[in-house]
Design a protein around this ligand. Structure first.
Ligand SMILES: *Cc1c(COP(=O)(O)O)cnc(C)c1O
Length: 360
């Protein structure tokens, strides 16, 4: 008998992350992974150094302190929160706990690659739903749900689309969910969407709506791997049963908790991001490059063709700027560009201006 993995595993394409180096260049600016351009919160660095002194001790297994802080900051019940090694781990928990052979996992056409990976890893069938001009089509999502559906993954605001679902449509989606499936609202970029609570209010009152959040984007801790979810106690209890008891290290927990308190850092990040994403979009439009209004910390630059997008990608690389070509998200004519600091944004536009030949 040959040594074979479980069915579905070999259908998974290996995840390719955003590049971070360019050969022979030292002034590289990386705008391919939506990282915080202002670095980690200073309070998180201090907390991590402090926690390093106790690295010989096993960490908290119930994450009580971090959950309490998350409860305070978000006005939600800490007993309904679970923390994971990035929201990536929460996605895996959900798939292993609720999906499996004979079940379906719904995601949208331009949705996060990990939804499909987690579904296949659990032996479930991923079901892709079309989007309407890069906007989540609520009716199409609802129409794709069958008696076999267990999970519906929706990113809001969307990555890489930058678009936001209207509040009334979110309510309609949540209300349209059958009892046998969980609506997962991935709010990785929720803080960047003005006035959006990430889906917290929807999850408060429903037993099958889960809000997923991360410290990787606004909080600048992508390298630490801390994510969390908020849902009905029934779901949290199920997920905790398959969670490794020590899935987060003590320095991670300490840094994440401190990051929540570093409001100077988060406020600066939000203020600069809002200002510069508008500026970036205006500049792109003036160069004849299409771009929707962004509700996240990146913009999606859409070119006339896949070839034009690849040429722009090459021109940016030649200038030491790494962005994300999003053909794998089924947007072959587009580049996803993280909103960097002001100098980075100006470099992007200068490079594209030189390429397009549009005068300043
Ligand atoms: C970045 C991102 C996350 C966060 O993943 P982590 O594992 O918490 O770093 C989740 N969902 C989407 C759509 C993202 O873009």
């Amino acid at each position: 008998m040959p040594l074979n993995p479980q069915p579905g595993i070999l259908d998974i394409e290996l995840y390719v992350g955003g590049a971070s180096t360019l050969q022979g260049r030292r002034d590289v600016v990386k705008l391919s992974s939506n990282e915080n351009p202002y670095g980690p919160p200073p309070a998180a660095i201090a907390a991590m150094k402090d926690a390093a002194r106790l690295m010989h001790l096993y960490p908290s297994s119930d994450h009580a302190a971090l959950r309490a802080a998350l409860g305070r900051v978000n006005g939600i019940d800490p007993d309904r929160i679970i923390c994971g090694a990035g929201s990536d781990e929460i996605i895996s928990f959900l798939a292993y706990a609720y999906a499996g052979p004979g079940t379906e996992v719904v995601h949208t056409r331009h949705g996060f690659a990990l939804y499909r990976i987690a579904a296949l890893a659990a032996g479930a069938t991923p079901v892709e739903v079309p989007e309407a001009n890069r906007h989540v089509d609520i009716d199409a999502v609802l129409a794709a749900i069958t008696p076999r559906t267990r999970l519906v993954f929706i990113t809001n605001p969307g990555n890489p689309t930058t678009n936001r679902i209207a509040e009334a449509d979110l309510v309609r989606l949540a209300d349209g969910m059958p009892d046998h499936a969980i609506l997962v609202l991935d709010g990785a970029y929720a803080e960047f969407a003005d006035g959006y609570d990430g889906g917290a209010a929807l999850a408060v009152e429903r037993v099958n709506v889960l809000m997923m959040r991360t410290f990787s984007k606004l909080y600048g801790l992508g390298g630490l791997r801390v994510g969390w979810a908020y849902a009905d106690r029934g779901i949290i209890d199920v997920l905790n049963r398959i969670r490794g008891p020590f899935n987060l290290g003590a320095p991670q927990l300490a840094a994440a908790e401190a990051a929540l308190g570093d409001t100077a850092h988060t406020e600066k990040t939000l203020r600069e991001n809002a200002r510069l994403r508008t500026w970036l979009r205006d500049q792109l439009l003036s160069l004849g490059i299409a771009c929707d209004e962004s509700h996240a910390n990146f913009v999606l630059a859409r070119f006339a063709s896949a070839e034009a997008a690849q040429a722009a990608d090459a021109a940016l690389k030649a200038d030491g700027i790494i962005v994300r070509y999003v053909a794998s998200y089924k947007l072959p004519e587009a580049l996803r560009i993280t909103v960097g600091d002001e100098a980075a944004c100006r470099r992007v536009i200068a490079a594209l201006r030189a390429m397009t030949g549009v005068a300043a």
